[in-house]
Design a protein around this ligand. Structure first.
Ligand code: ADP
Ligand code: MG
Length: 240
């Protein structure tokens, strides 16, 4: 579903992604972990072209991600993204937040978009908040709306960049439960998180990044109990 080959990216002199080869199969859930500044967010952002790359190729479902234009908009719509900060439209209702993309980008009719939005809000457990503004919701509810909004575009792959890092502890579980449900429904997911419980229960694979490189990839079981590289051992020693 996602295939990165020989991807290089620099920010000025900083070689932020170094020779990245990364594949995610359809229905696979991959957790990306690593120290702050190792390039995890940049990796996600290149996958839906919020960042350009300097070398290499990225394919989504067999199609090369183009530089720009209409084809880019189409492929980008196939990649849903959920950020640490919920990024909802503050002056639109919860329902409008979820219907806007399908109506504007996919050309879905209003009534159909609304029906689908209600279903998705129900699924993430915030159906009764549909007519409120984002600020009237808790952080956990807002993040679940952000997930519903991304799903409304019917993406082929979902990227999550530290989706629970800005949440109060009691709200982390409700968001992780929503993500586990999505994983169980077969969604292809790339998840940057330090939530080891989620990695252990939901991930098929853990990818460990350090200094712009993928240093290690393994099953969660193997990675957490038997990390191979010194950098992974050092990192796990600090967070576990
Ligand atoms: P992570 O998500 O693993 O913490 P990031 O991908 O956010 O890492 O950042 C990787 C490195 O790239 C960091 O050193 C960061 O400061 C740098 N960086 C990120 N975005 C930019 C940018 N737009 N311009 C310059 N440097 C950046
Ligand atoms: Mg980051």
């Amino acid at each position: 579903m996602v295939s990165m080959r020989g991807v290089q990216k620099w920010f000025g002199r900083l070689h932020v992604l170094q020779d990245i080869d990364f594949d995610v199969a359809s229905g696979e859930v991959v957790v990306v972990i690593g120290p702050s500044g190792s390039g995890k967010s940049t990796l996600c952002r290149t996958i839906n072209r919020l960042e350009t790359i300097d070398e290499g190729t990225i394919e989504i479902d067999g199609k090369t991600l183009p530089e720009e234009g209409k084809a880019l908009a189409g492929l980008r719509a196939d990649v849903g993204m959920v950020f640490q900060s919920f990024n909802l439209f503050a002056h639109k209702t919860v329902l409008e937040n979820v219907t806007l993309g399908p109506i504007k980008v996919r050309g879905t009719k209003n009534a159909e978009a609304e029906q689908r939005a209600h279903e998705l809000l129900e699924r993430v457990g915030v159906a009764n908040q549909a007519s409120k503004l984002p600020a009237q919701l808790s952080g956990g509810q807002q993040q679940r709306v952000a997930i519903a909004r991304a799903l409304a575009m019917e993406p082929k792959v979902m990227l999550f960049d530290e989706p629970t890092s800005a949440l109060d502890p009691e709200m982390i579980k409700e968001v992780l439960d929503t993500m586990v449900d999505l994983a169980e429904r077969g969604m292809t997911m790339i998840v940057v998180t330090h939530e080891m419980g989620f990695a252990r229960t939901a991930a098929n694979r853990v990818v460990f990044m350090s200094d712009g490189r993928i240093v290690e990839e393994n099953t969660p079981e193997q990675f957490f109990t038997n990390p191979q590289s010194d950098r992974a051992k050092d990192f796990l020693g600090k967070i576990l």
